[in-house]
Each structure stands twice: as structure tokens, then as C-alpha cells.
Design a protein around this ligand. Structure first.
Ligand code: ADP
Length: 263
């Protein structure tokens, strides 16, 4: 009997070990695939501004635009804009790298989240206009204080609004609101865009993960780093992320943070 039990246990353990090994291999394979598509995405994204700048510079010298100040100014403006885009992309990758290595030093201060949200929304005015969309901050009577790194929290809010705009069609409505429950603050970023399938709702927060589909909406360019950064920053603040989404109806990304309470 003892022999039977121990053989059965051995068999179960071997099966469990095999199962874990296969899962590990599968995860690593998925990670390798995600990393590869990240590299090709990023290469593509870096190449576009570089080519634009190269063409602008070549045109300036080839057509002697020094003698045509208006055209010259136009090409300089394009190059400057593309350089800024390039800089922002490189910064995003470097920031992520630092975050992964645990090198980021968060600077904690006490601040009102509403004022951060107002600033972020103000800075996105051009993007909102370009898409003829509406970006609304639901007004609140009182300030909501949290203790955190205002710069990183602002980046988190920026990423979530940027995604809502990026993945929703033109003439969409994006609503940002704050609410309190059980000493926690929930900031909600609600869009009426394409929505996210349930099977992807956890995965979208993984590093490099992007949804590939035939529709134009999810084929928007990106790095798959934004939501991973959001999750990391929120968790470093003792908070968590949540997502409610339905295909065809829209998404509601939420960040839940501890509210600062005076003792
Ligand atoms: P990126 O936008 O650079 O691809 P993210 O990490 O920000 O990276 O997002 C991961 C994926 O989640 C995106 O590729 C997109 O498919 C999906 N996604 C994110 N936000 C939204 C949204 N508001 N509506 C629909 N899909 C979204």
C-alpha cells in the first residue's frame, strides 16, 4: 500500500513538474515574441521621425531654401517637432528601464489630485481638438489629497487619457472623475471607444503587450509599455489598477490610491 501511495505521489509530482515546465516555456516564448514585436515596433517608430528629418535637411540643401525663408522655416519646424517626438520616445524607454531596475526614486509630496488632472487635461488640448473629441473632468467640490510622486502620477494620468484618445474614433467622449470609498481614492478614465476583450483585460498591463487585430483602431502605433508603467507606478504608491471594458461599448480604466488622511 505504501509503495502504491508513494508511486502515485511520484507520478503526481512529475506531472506537476512537467506542467510547470511547459507553462514556464510557454511564458518565455510569449515574452520573447512580445519583446521581438516591441523591437520591431520601436525601430519603426524611431525610423519615421529620423527619415522625416533626413528628408527635410536634404530638401533644405538641395533646393537652396536659405533663399526662401518661409519654406526654410517650415522645414525647420517639422524637424524640431520630429526631434521632440524622438526625444519623448527615447525618454519613455529609458524611464521604463529604470523602473524595471528599481532605480526610480519617487519624490513623495502631498498634493491635490484634481489640480494634477486639470494640468494634464490642459496639456492635451491640441490632441483632443485634432480628434474633435471631448475630454471632461467631472467637477468635484472638494480637493482630494494624496501622498505621492506628482510627476509620475501625472504621467500615469497622461498615459491613460492618451490611450483613451488614441484608441477611440474621432468625436468621442472621454470622462475623468474622482470618487472616494473606504479611505481610497478612485480615479476613473472612461471612454466610449472599441473596448477590450475579456481575455486581454489582465494582459494589457503586461510589459510589451499590445492587442493585434485587423481593425484600424488597435493598429495604432505604440510600444506596449504605457499600461505596464501605469501599473508599476500605482503599485509603488500602495495602490492598484482595475479595468472594466466591453467590446463595442468602451473601457473604464481605474487607478485606486490610498487617500491621505490627517491623524
Ligand atoms: P501601447 O498603447 O503603446 O500599445 P499600452 O500598454 O498603453 O501600450 O496599451 C496596451 C494595449 O492595450 C494597446 O496596444 C491597446 O490595444 C490596448 N488599449 C489600451 N488602452 C485602450 C483603450 N482605452 N481602449 C482600447 N484599447 C486599449
Amino acid at each position: 500500500r505504501y509503495y502504491l501511495i508513494s508511486s502515485f505521489l511520484m507520478l503526481a509530482l512529475t506531472a506537476a513538474a512537467f506542467y510547470l515546465l511547459i507553462r514556464l516555456m510557454k511564458n518565455q516564448q510569449l515574452y520573447a515574441q512580445a519583446r521581438m514585436s516591441f523591437t520591431s515596433n520601436m525601430t519603426h517608430e524611431l525610423q519615421t521621425p529620423i527619415s522625416t528629418i533626413a528628408v527635410a535637411l536634404e530638401s533644405i540643401s538641395k533646393y537652396h531654401l536659405i533663399d526662401e525663408p518661409e519654406k526654410l522655416q517650415n522645414y525647420i519646424n517639422i524637424s524640431r517637432h520630429e526631434l521632440q517626438r524622438l526625444q519623448a520616445m527615447i525618454e519613455k524607454v529609458l524611464k521604463q528601464e529604470q523602473m524595471d531596475l528599481g532605480k526610480t526614486n519617487l519624490q513623495f509630496t502631498l498634493f491635490d489630485i484634481q489640480s494634477v488632472l486639470k494640468q494634464v487635461i490642459f496639456s492635451m488640448d491640441i490632441q483632443v481638438r485634432e480628434k474633435n473629441s471631448q475630454l471632461i473632468l467631472v467637477p468635484s467640490d472638494e480637493p482630494y489629497f494624496i501622498k505621492g510622486d506628482a510627476m509620475h502620477i501625472a504621467n500615469v494620468c497622461y498615459n491613460l487619457i492618451d490611450n483613451a484618445l488614441k484608441y477611440s474614433p474621432a468625436h468621442s467622449k472621454i470622462e475623468v472623475s474622482c470618487s472616494i470609498a473606504d479611505g481610497e481614492l478612485t480615479i476613473s478614465f472612461k471612454d466610449n471607444g472599441p473596448g477590450i476583450k475579456e481575455i486581454y483585460q489582465q494582459q494589457v498591463f503586461e510589459r510589451f503587450f499590445r492587442i493585434f487585430s485587423q481593425d484600424n483602431i488597435h493598429n495604432v502605433k505604440g510600444s506596449g509599455l504605457g499600461l505596464h508603467y501605469v501599473k508599476q507606478v500605482v503599485e509603488l504608491h500602495g495602490g492598484r489598477v482595475a479595468l472594466q471594458s466591453k467590446i463595442g461599448k468602451g473601457s473604464n480604466f481605474m487607478i485606486i490610491l490610498p487617500l491621505y488622511e490627517e491623524n
